[in-house]
Ligand binder design. Structure first.
Ligand code: ATP
Length: 316
C-alpha cells in the first residue's frame, strides 16, 4: 500500500467539568465528547525520500513542524525508525473543512488520522489502545479523536471510556470567522478565577470522576433521553469565554431557539452548538440565527452526531 485516505471528524463537548489541578500542570477533567459529521479528509502518500511533508487546503494552517499532523508522523518515524528507513517518508494532504482554533479539535483529529493511517500504510499492526497511548503523548484530545463516537474522557482528557452511540441527534454549529480563542488562555484564566473551588485531594478527584460516570448526563445517554441530554449540556469554560467574548454570548443566546434541545459553547470556544431531534428543525434554527445575527463573518453548519472516530475512505 502506497497511499491511504482517511476521514477525521470534529468533536463537540456535551459536558466539560474542570475538577482540579494535576502535578503535570494540566487540569483534571471530566468530559463527554461527541464526534460530529463535519470532517477533514487526510491523504497520505509514501514518498521515497526520508522526509515528512504537509500540505493543507486552508492557508491559515501551518505546513511546517508545528502542524499536529506533522508531529504525529514524526512521532511514528521516531518510534519505528527501521520502518521509516525502509519505506521512506510521507506526504500528508489535509483537505480542511473543520474551522481552525474553534474548540472542535480539528488539529487533534488530523493528528489522529495520521497515526491511524501510518499504522495501515506501514503495516505496523498496532491496536487501537496502543495507538491511543501514542496519541496521548501528542495531545489530550487525540486519543478520543481516534475512537470517536460518544465517550467519557477523564484525566487530562486522554482516558477514554466509550458510551452508547446516540443516533439521530442533529447539530447546528456557529462560529464567527474572525474569532479565535486560545485553549491555554481559557484554562489559565479559569485557574486564576476558580482554583479556590478545585478538588485537590487525589482520592476525592477520583470520587468526582466516578460521580460524573454515574451521573445524570451519562445516564441520559444510556437511556437515549434526548430532552435530558439537551437540558444537561454543561461547560465550565463558558464562565471565562462568554464574558470576554460578547459575540459568543450573543450567538449562544440566538441559538437557544424554542425548538432546540439545548445550546452551548464547545470546548474552549468560540464555536457554539445547538442540538435538535430532526434535520428540519436544525435547518430552521440555522435560518433563525442567520436572521437574528446579520454578520457576514458568521459561519453556520447543519450537521449530526457521528458514530465513529477516524475511518478509512472506502476503496482507497
Ligand atoms: P481544541 O478543541 O483541541 O482546542 P481547536 O479546534 O480549538 O482545538 P485547532 O483547529 O486544532 O484548534 O487549531 C489550534 C491551532 O493549532 C491553530 O491555530 C493552528 O495554527 C494550529 N494547528 C497545527 N496543526 C493544525 C492542523 N492540522 N489543523 C488545524 N490547526 C492546526
Amino acid at each position: 500500500m502506497e497511499r491511504c485516505s482517511l476521514i477525521a471528524p470534529a468533536k463537540i463537548n456535551l459536558y466539560l467539568e474542570i475538577i482540579g489541578d494535576r502535578p503535570d500542570g494540566f487540569h483534571e477533567l471530566a468530559m463527554v465528547m461527541q464526534s460530529v459529521d463535519l470532517v477533514d479528509r487526510i491523504d497520505l502518500h509514501s514518498i521515497s525520500t526520508d522526509t515528512i511533508r504537509v500540505r493543507c487546503s486552508h492557508p491559515g494552517v501551518p505546513s511546517d513542524r508545528s502542524n499536529l499532523a506533522y508531529r504525529a508522523a514524526r512521532l511514528m518515524a521516531e518510534r519505528f525508525p527501521e520502518t521509516f528507513a525502509n519505506l521512506g517518508g510521507v506526504e500528508i494532504h489535509i483537505d480542511k473543512q473543520i474551522p481552525i482554533a474553534a474548540g472542535l479539535a480539528g488539529g487533534s483529529a488530523n493528528a489522529a488520522a495520521v497515526l491511524v493511517g501510518l499504522n495501515l500504510l506501514w503495516k505496523l499492526g498496532l491496536t487501537q489502545p496502543e495507538l491511543q497511548e501514542l496519541a496521548a503523548e501528542l495531545g489530550s484530545d487525540i486519543p478520543f479523536c481516534i475512537s470517536g463516537g460518544t465517550a467519557l474522557a477523564t484525566g487530562r482528557g486522554e482516558k477514554i471510556s466509550p458510551l452508547p452511540n446516540m443516533e439521530g441527534l442533529h447539530v447546528v454549529l456557529g462560529k464567527f470567522r474572525n474569532l479565535a480563542v486560545s485553549t491555554p488562555w481559557a484554562y489559565k484564566t479559569f485557574r486564576e478565577r476558580f482554583s479556590h473551588q478545585y478538588i485537590t485531594d487525589k482520592a476525592e478527584q477520583a470520587e468526582r470522576h466516578r460521580e460524573v460516570h454515574a451521573g445524570p448526563m451519562v445516564s441520559a445517554l444510556f437511556k437515549h433521553d434526548r430532552e435530558k441530554i439537551g437540558r444537561l449540556l454543561y461547560n465550565d469554560l463558558e464562565k471565562i469565554v462568554l464574558p470576554e467574548f460578547p459575540d459568543v454570548a450573543k450567538l449562544r443566546e440566538a441559538m437557544a431557539e424554542p425548538e432546540v434541545l439545548g445550546a452551548m459553547m464547545s470546548g474552549s470556544g468560540p464555536t457554539v452548538f445547538a442540538l435538535t431531534d430532526t434535520e428540519e428543525k436544525a435547518c430552521r434554527v440555522r435560518d433563525a440565527v442567520r436572521a437574528k445575527i446579520l454578520d457576514e463573518e458568521l459561519d453556520l453548519w447543519v450537521t449530526k452526531f457521528f458514530p465513529t472516530g477516524i475511518s478509512t475512505v472506502d476503496g482507497v
